[in-house]
Structures are given as structure tokens and as C-alpha cells.
Write a protein that binds this ligand. Sequence first.
Ligand SMILES: [Zn+2]
Ligand SMILES: [Zn+2]
Length: 134
Amino acid sequence: MAGYCWLCHQTLKYHFHGICHYCLKHLPYLKRVCHRCALPVEQFTLACGRCLQTPPYWHNLLAITPYIPPLSKLIQQYKYEKITQIAFILARLFLLYWQQGYRQQRWRKPDIIIAIPLHHGKHWQRGFNQASLI
Ligand SMILES: [Zn+2]
Ligand SMILES: [Zn+2]
């Protein structure tokens, strides 16, 4: 079953992909970021000064793109227009990114995957926790 790319509206071979190959390839991926906090760094082989001084509780933090269009628009549609099928598209995007880094031995399998908790008031207002759905 065909569908349309959520970013460029081209026909997709598989509707469940959500984002076409072209858009996937041209996302503004983050390049030089601290592997512990995902903030920009000069030398990406090292953690940033802040993380070296006060290491966070986790080993790796993966961020795919900066919060800019086109993905920020998709995330807003997901959160505020409550188009929950976008959760699958974002999860797939994250999985593809993770798999690539895993194959390149940039990170290991996670010990645990948890969703960032949502304030119960927001949860009630939105009707779902966008992170746990992903
Ligand atoms: Zn596209
Ligand atoms: Zn850092």
C-alpha cells in the first residue's frame, strides 16, 4: 500500500516508512556533538567540558537532528495536532539512526529504554505521552 512522505508529499513505496528515502538522506543531521549530552562540541571524540566535569547518569545521548524544520514541524503535528501515527515514523527514524551508529560501533546496545515522564496535567491535556508512544 502506497502513501505519501510526511515531509515532501512524494509517493512512498511503503506507506509505513512515513518519510521518503530522499528526505531521510537530507535531514539536517547533527555532526559534532558531545556523545553524552548532544550539545555542540569542537572535538566530537571527547565529551564536552561540562560532561567531563559533571558526568550525567547515562553513557550516551543520541540526538538525530536539531529541532528545526522539517522534523520540528512533524513533531509539532504529532504533539499538538495529536496525529499519533507520527510516533511510528519518528520511532523508525530513531531506529535507523541507532542501527547505523551501532554497525559503526559508535555505541552499544542500551541497557534500558525509558520514556521521559510527562507531567500528569500535560498528559491529561494531551491525552497521551508522546515519548512513551514512540
Ligand atoms: Zn520526502
Ligand atoms: Zn556534554
